[in-house]
Design a protein around this ligand. Structure first.
Ligand code: MN
Length: 130
């Protein structure tokens, strides 16, 4: 069985290392450090799911998502926000922007992260019929 491909968009190297370690052996990880790289890369690589940092230099995560969602090919792609500022009100903004889920940073609960990824990977299989 081929592993699912998860795109990680995160400008912080330490955060990338943490997630890489958590995902090791579980998913194939494709990493992008900027919004522009992510947008081009996702359109090229067609991952099964995206973990998308909100705060990125240049094009932020919300804008990356807006551009992805504007393309019917990626309208149903599961996208989980990574955010350090999940305050009251931010949650609503995150879902209003079109994210499927969010995971607060720093990532202290790796089981929660894996559960969220597995949940949305399963739902994308249903939606895409793969
Ligand atoms: Mn960031």
């Amino acid at each position: 069985m081929t592993r699912k491909r998860v795109a990680l968009v995160e400008d912080n190297r330490d955060n990338r290392l943490v997630i890489r370690a958590i995902f090791d052996g579980r998913y194939d990880l494709i990493e992008y450090a900027t919004g522009v790289d992510a947008l081009l890369g996702i359109q090229r690589d067609h991952p099964d799911l995206v973990l998308l940092d909100i705060s990125l230099p240049g094009m932020d995560g919300t804008e990356v998502l807006r551009r992805l969602r504007a393309d019917p090919t990626f309208a149903g792609l599961p996208v989980i926000a990574l955010t350090a500022h999940a305050m009251r009100g931010d949650r609503e903004r995150i879902f209003a922007a079109g994210f499927d889920e969010y995971i607060p940073k720093p990532i202290v609960d790796e089981d929660r992260l894996i559960a969220a990824v597995d949940h949305w990977l399963a739902s994308s299989v249903v939606h895409h019929g793969r």
